[in-house]
Design a protein around this ligand. Structure first.
Ligand SMILES: Nc1nc2c(c(=O)[nH]1)N[C@H]1C(S)=C(S)[C@@H](COP(=O)(O)OP(=O)(O)OC[C@H]3O[C@@H](n4cnc5c(=O)[nH]c(N)nc54)[C@H](O)[C@@H]3O)O[C@H]1N2
Ligand SMILES: Nc1nc2c(c(=O)[nH]1)N[C@H]1C(S)=C(S)[C@@H](COP(=O)(O)OP(=O)(O)OC[C@H]3O[C@@H](n4cnc5c(=O)[nH]c(N)nc54)[C@H](O)[C@@H]3O)O[C@H]1N2
Ligand code: SF4
Ligand SMILES: [Mo]
Length: 745
């Protein structure tokens, strides 16, 4: 690694800072929080919230005891996202509040006389003045569009408004280019609409659910897990395609242990089976789709025997599962997945998924995909945002035109000066995303950071990204703050309120307040025209016939649909938002951009001898890296293990429970050891770990050194040429028994 301008600073030398209130703004905000006592809801021992432990955003109630101490969080019965039941992580959200390792006060990076960089505790005023001064300098020297926001979670709204007011539209989230981006682009190309969150899947009424890598049950997206369980009770069959015997596989009628990276071959073969056996929905296909005859011709070579040679799934099983789907149609869902950035041809894989759903007529049908509805909540009045003089797209050298949102990885690339790219991003605000653990190729992320004039990190915990910051702003947890209303799509539109259950601990503050404070120093306060956040929320709620007072009582409000029916009527005329106005089996949009109009199977690199596919996923009691230090959740699971097939363990002479290091194809060795779990549940060509472990910062007292980090081992990135998603499953690992690496990185 090149000498870094920013030394990584561990936030270790800091005391539990006292409250350093920095000025009148702080006092008025604190006063605002205190109005009506904290809570101010009708029941002082129960305040509404929606969960921030993951982005399903289940609505719930925070319960306190007589002393006002937070005791527990429960689900809100009226909430369609959770139906009154939180997942283990949501219940464990209390641990975020009580975590004694939390960030406690604002910090600024300073260089001492000895040249050593450290963090200095500063007042909020000092931190904001510093940020404003640096932003103004970037604006003057490079233009305001040379700033970017990386975000995941509620704080993104406020920093996003600040950035837009400042003159930049570079607002990016790893939850797009490292997650669902390819899926959105594929479904927009096919049906004219993306899926968003929660995905509009009518799982509870389905008769057949096909999971291709979606590991529901470990992926704890609450409503979907509940509906899958109801569907199974109602006799629905589950088909799981996964190289690993997942929890979902254990509930399935069919488990297809596919060879990794070959899913497109299976999907093409299924499409052929369904067409050639005339199992597709003829009326639906004729009325709604474009390019059927071309598709039929295109898929003829893809026999089950052809697919068997690639996927290792037997021809009979391919035929039988295709028939299973067809028997259930149109109440069938080939699940679009969520984290789909796997092998770089992900948009095309998701196109195949979309095509299969279209042939079976499940889009717009009961037991398939419903038509979601969402409330349009007016924004609090503010002047129009200026038009940025250039956007992130211009920095991409004409690539990724089909991406519908900014690419986090792209903005990162556009921060590193390069002859091919038009790069000049100089300032980042990072809110609620631990980019070091989240973006693949850590070295590149750090290179980008070293080219910045300003890195502001807004977080609750001393996560890896904070160690690279110029300014660290400690946000209070979701249990201690107001936030924008949750406006969720669903079968019916719904809104949910988050309010503080208690005062912020230490010297932490809500992000909305921070953004407003910075806006004042940049002369942009008219974009944050409200005095208190309650005033803003109440104004918005009154526009839609509710009020803050009502929402404090209800927590969640379900509204009637405004946007037509949940499903298509028989034979209904439907105009799809595609170029042809039809469901595009043949994608004219892809063709126009020079991409294959039909999905193409391309073989991927195989692991070298002695190496295994690095497969990763979720555990039910953790969310990414964000819960790794949570006292309640580490009680349930405090480290990951590496799943190894018994045959492989035998070859290496590795015993169950034995600690090993993992080394990837580029010679990167994991910082820590991980215990081996010998299990038949993983194929012999792969190993599996849960993402989010292997933290290297000692300040995370429970997470430090526990397990290994998949992020560290993902150095090979397979770029999706269609939309710039970063395929992360093309990495291979081998075992090492001592730390020293042969290849020094
Ligand atoms: N290697 C690897 N990389 C991945 C994935 C993977 O499985 N493996 N998954 C990908 C996927 S699907 C996604 S969606 C992304 C997710 O990526 P991220 O959203 O970046 O997820 P986390 O790594 O959990 O980072 C969350 C950060 O937010 C902080 N945080 C938590 N609560 C709050 C809060 O209330 N306020 C503020 N300001 N900060 C808060 C946490 O302390 C943590 O630093 O990662 C992607 N990247
Ligand atoms: N508990 C918990 N739940 C979560 C999250 C969390 O952090 N914790 N994060 C949420 C988020 S943001 C997302 S995006 C989702 C992600 O969850 P999903 O979208 O369900 O899943 P992925 O991470 O893409 O896939 C993981 C599964 O893919 C399998 N797999 C690996 N390689 C292949 C392959 O080549 N082919 C096939 N068919 N399967 C393969 C793995 O064995 C594993 O079972 O989870 C969400 N739910
Ligand atoms: S699924 Fe679990 S972690 Fe995610 S929002 Fe709901 S309760 Fe919270
Ligand atoms: Mo995700």
């Amino acid at each position: 690694m090149s000498a870094s301008r920013r030394d990584f600073i561990r936030i270790t030398s800091l005391s539990a800072a006292g409250l350093i209130f920095g000025g009148q703004y702080v006092h008025s905000a604190v006063k605002a929080l205190r109005q009506e006592g904290i809570g101010g809801s009708s029941d002082p021992l129960r305040t509404p919230t929606y969960c921030e432990v993951c982005f399903w955003q289940c609505a719930g109630w925070v319960h306190k005891n007589e002393e006002g101490k937070i005791k527990k969080i429960t689900g809100n019965d009226d909430d369609p996202n959770c139906n009154g039941r939180l997942c283990p992580r949501g219940t464990g959200g209390v641990g975020m509040y009580y975590d004694e390792d939390r960030l406690k006060t604002p910090l600024i990076r300073v260089t001492g006389k000895d040249g050593k960089q450290t963090f200095k505790e500063v007042s909020w005023d000092e931190a904001f003045d510093f940020i404003a001064e640096k932003l103004q300098k970037i604006k003057k020297e490079h233009g305001p569009e040379c700033t970017a926001l990386f975000t995941h979670g509620s704080g993104g709204h406020y920093w996003g408004d600040l950035l837009k007011a400042f003159g930049s539209g570079n607002i990016a989230a790893p939850s797009y280019s490292q997650c669902r981006g390819p899926r959105e682009v594929a479904f927009i190309a096919t049906f004219g609409d993306g899926l968003n969150s929660p995905e509009p899947l009518d799982i509870r009424d389905t008769r057949c659910l096909v999971l291709i890598g979606s590991h529901l049950g470990e992926n704890m997206h609450n409503g979907q897990v509940q509906e899958m369980s109801d569907a199974i009770d109602n006799g629905a069959s589950i088909i799981t395609v996964d190289p690993r015997y997942s929890t979902a596989a254990s509930k399935s009628k069919f488990w297809l242990p596919i060879k990794p990276a070959t899913d497109i071959a299976l999907l093409l073969s299924w499409i052929r089976e369904i067409i050639n056996n005339e199992w597709y929905d003829k009326k639906y296909v004729e009325q709604y789709t474009y390019g059927f005859e071309e598709l039929k011709n295109y898929v003829q070579p893809f026999t089950p025997e052809w697919a068997y040679g690639i996927t290792t799934i037997k021809p009979d099983q391919i035929r039988e599962t295709a028939r299973e789907m067809a028997n259930a149609a149109p109440s069938v869902i080939i699940h679009p997945g969520r984290h789909v950035t796997w092998y770089g041809d992900d948009t095309q894989r998701l196109r195949a998924v979309a095509i299969l759903n279209a042939l079976l007529g499940s889009w717009g049908r009961r037991g398939g995909f419903y038509i979601p509805d969402k409330m349009g909540l007016p924004a609090y009045p503010h002047p129009p945002f200026p038009k940025p003089s250039r956007t992130w797209r211009e920095a991409m050298g004409g690539k990724y035109k089909l991406a519908d949102l900014a690419l986090a990885s792209g903005v990162c690339d556009a921060t590193i000066p390069s002859p091919e790219l038009d790069c000049n991003i100089k300032g980042w605000i990072v809110n609620g995303t631990n980019l070091i653990m989240t973006l693949p190729d850590q070295k590149k992320t750090i290179d980008a950071i070293n080219n910045l004039d300003l890195l502001v990190v807004v977080d609750t915990m001393p996560m890896e990204i904070t160690g690279y910051a110029d300014v660290v702003l400690p946000e209070c947890t979701y249990l201690e703050r107001w936030d924008d209303l949750r406006v969720a799509q669903g079968r019916n539109p719904s809104i949910a309120l988050r309010m503080p259950a208690t005062e912020p601990k230490y010297n932490s503050k809500p992000a909305y307040w921070m953004a407003k404070e910075v806006s004042k120093r940049l002369g942009l306060e008219e974009y944050f025209g409200w005095d208190t956040f309650e005033e803003k929320l109440d104004w918005q709620l009154k526009q839609v016939g509710s009020s803050l007072e009502e929402m404090k009582r209800l927590g969640v409000k379900n509204l009637p649909r405004e946007y037509g029916n949940l499903f298509f009527e028989e034979g209904e005329d439907v105009d799809f938002y595609t170029n042809t106005g039809k469901i595009e089996l043949y994608s004219t949009a892809f063709e126009a951009e020079g991409f294959d109009p039909f999905p193409v199977y391309t073989p991927h690199t195989e692991p070298p001898a002695g190496y295994y596919h690095l497969n990763y996923g979720r555990a039910p009691m953790h969310t990414f890296s964000r819960t790794a230090n949570n006292p309640n959740l580490t009680d349930l699971m405090d480290e990951n293990t590496v799943w190894v097939n018994p045959k492989v363990a035998k070859e290496w002479g590795i015993k169950n429970g034995e600690p090993v290091y993992l080394q990837n194809q580029d010679g990167v060795v994991s910082d820590f050891q991980v215990k081996v779990r010998v299990t038949e549940r993983i194929r012999f060509d792969s190993v599996y770990i849960v993402h989010g472990f292997g933290h290297a910062d000692k300040k995370l007292s429970r997470a430090y050194g526990k397990g290994v980090s998949d992020s560290q081992l993902i150095t090979r990135v397979l770029m999706d040429p269609v939309m710039g998603g970063t395929g992360m499953r093309g990495n291979f690992v081998t075992f090492r028994f001592e730390k020293e690496s042969e290849v020094k990185s």
